[in-house]
Ligand binder design. Structure first.
Ligand SMILES: [Zn+2]
Length: 162
């Protein structure tokens, strides 16, 4: 007697074209030049990167463009030990929330060039970009972040971004 089917693998593929809006395009063109772009809220002065074009707190357009530096702080992190489908990096590796200097929101990025046991909150890092000829309008232009050798940031400087 045959067993009932309880599971089946059905690989799927979805091709699509992404059309970014004005704010996202500004950010993507920055990445194409190897520069992080933020937008400042005229009311609360917070800088969002990437910006969605408006401040989520004040509901007003964030039209001022701000070029952000290549450096930031690890606010929190995780060490990925679990394999999953489509994984592009050999485990274990570190994913961290990076708060760029001058920004008021963090984003997730890969951390490399540091032993796993040394990753920590407050670690100062810098972006490592792909070669200039490989830059494109994508976060893939940033290969990863690595320690930049500066002393760790004080907890008070990033505690509001956890
Ligand atoms: Zn605001």
């Amino acid at each position: 007697m045959s067993e009932p089917v309880t599971m089946m693998a059905a690989p799927i593929r979805l091709d699509y074209v992404f059309t970014p809006g004005v704010a996202q395009s500004t950010n993507l063109h920055g990445l194409e030049r190897g520069v992080f772009i933020g937008q400042r809220c005229p009311k609360c002065q917070k800088v969002y990167t990437p910006s969605r074009g408006s401040c989520p707190v004040d509901g007003v357009p964030t039209e001022e463009i701000v070029e952000l530096p290549n450096t930031g702080t690890v606010t929190t992190y995780c060490v990925v030990n679990v394999p999953f489908a489509g994984q592009a990096i050999e485990i274990p590796y570190i994913c961290a929330q990076i708060l760029l200097d001058g920004a008021n929101i963090s984003f997730m990025a890969l951390i490399q060039e540091i032993p796993l046991a040394e990753i920590r909150m407050g670690l100062r890092v810098e972006a490592v970009w792909v070669e200039p000829e490989d830059l494109g309008p994508t976060m893939a232009s940033v290969r990863y972040f690595r320690p930049n050798g500066e002393p760790d940031a004080a907890f008070e400087t990033y505690k509001e971004y956890l």
